[in-house]
Design a binder for this molecule. Structure first.
Ligand code: SAH
Length: 361
């Protein structure tokens, strides 16, 4: 494998324009070069394509720092709906996935925040081999920038719903949010960004205080602690009542409606009673507007879990709605390219025999 990352060299795509100004000055360049460089990086351009920067400056950059622009290792395009799935290779050879989707109101990119995941959710492909490492802000931003570069399209919105737990890589993710929303770069509005978490409660409070009005999406997947702990080990640390309290605080602080993801798994959490209990728990715990996104389990062979019949999902949704809870079933894009995250990285790892760390509860 290609291992060329040198963490001791400045990672200039993770820098804000102000930090970049100081960096280019240290290389003997005029500070205005920083904005030019920032804007090129946000377009996903290779150094060789940054045509208004002098060649000598580009050489200095390559020597003095690391341009962590991800490379396209694989690209799959759905024949059904044009969804594009990328397997991006980082400069040290780690691979993560991003999925580019087209909706009526614009495009949306699902990005990864870690190489692998330590959270251990039973149904998820991304966590099967644990967490290899956090992605840097540049590596998260790079997925968006290179996708825009490769497709020639604007990325209108971002969902942090790919591989990894964003709040387990808090500092880099917050830095990424500031970089990607900077008007001098990609300029993606924070209101068009969703961050999905399995529920690291203290970090939800931290995020609420950052002044970044992103939509918080919380993976709930169960309406009682016993079921949730069996599906998601994180629930043993932060049970449902504490999690909902944090969600409520997030709403009060940011004014942003929280949304909940609920993956339906046959025989585990998909009965009418589950739906009724979920409605109750949300009403009591949130006491604020929220939305439930129902997801049909994407079956991962290794987990032995199965997806319910569509009729059962419809009944679940109707039960929620009849109890006054906003709910929809998520449309599945890119089904012919298995666009749900985690499985491409996993299949590549199998051929390479990589391993990562696991969560110590
Ligand atoms: N770590 C974040 C982002 C994970 S991926 C989180 O936990 O929210 C985004 C969503 O997909 C999460 O709700 C996750 O629980 C769900 N998910 C993971 N594997 C899945 C699968 N095999 N089928 C359906 N949804 C899945």
């Amino acid at each position: 494998m290609n291992r060329q990352t040198d963490a001791s060299r400045p990672d200039f795509m993770s820098m804000t324009v102000e930090e970049l100004s100081a960096f280019v000055s240290s290389l003997g360049e005029k500070p205005y070069r920083a904005s030019q460089l920032f804007s090129w990086m946000a377009k996903g351009a290779p150094l060789s394509g940054m045509t208004n920067l002098p060649a000598a400056f580009r050489e200095k950059l390559a020597e003095a720092g690391e341009y962590r622009r991800p490379a396209i290792e694989r690209k799959l395009v759905s024949a059904i709906d044009g969804t594009v799935k990328y397997l991006y290779r980082m400069t040290d050879g780690e691979c993560v996935e991003s999925v580019f989707m087209h909706y009526e109101h614009g495009t949306s990119l699902c990005v990864s925040s870690q190489a692998g995941c330590a959270m251990g959710c039973r149904f998820c492909a991304s966590t099967l081999n644990g967490r290899a490492r956090n992605l840097t802000a540049s590596e998260i931003l790079g997925q968006a920038a290179v996708t825009a570069y490769d497709t020639g399209e604007r990325v209108d919105g971002i969902v942090l719903m790919g591989i990894g737990e964003p709040l387990d890589n808090y500092d880099n993710v917050v830095r990424f949010l500031r970089l990607v929303s900077d008007e001098r770069g990609m300029g993606i509005g924070l209101r068009h960004i969703s961050l999905s978490t399995c529920g690291l409660v203290p970090r939800i409070y931290d995020l609420a205080g950052e002044g970044l009005p992103v939509t918080l999406s919380v993976s709930l997947h169960a309406s009682d602690d016993e079921t949730r702990s069996a599906l998601m080990p994180v629930n043993r640390r932060y049970p449902i009542a504490e999690l909902l309290e944090a969600c409520r605080a997030y709403f009060e602080k940011t004014g942003r409606r929280v949304s909940f993801e609920y993956t339906l798994i046959a025989g585990k959490n998909d009965s009418r009673e589950d739906a009724a209990r979920l409605a109750n728990v949300l009403k009591k715990g949130m006491r604020a507007p929220c939305h439930v996104n129902l997801i049909l389990l994407n079956e991962v062979k290794e987990t032995g879990l199965a997806t319910p019949q569509r009729a059962r999902a419809d009944a679940f949704m109707n039960e929620l709605i009849s109890r006054g809870v906003n709910a929809t079933i998520r449309r599945r894009l890119g089904s012919d390219i298995n666009a749900s995250c985690g499985q491409l990285r996993l299949s590549r790892q199998k051929t390479e025999g990589e391993q990562g760390e696991e969560l110590s509860p």
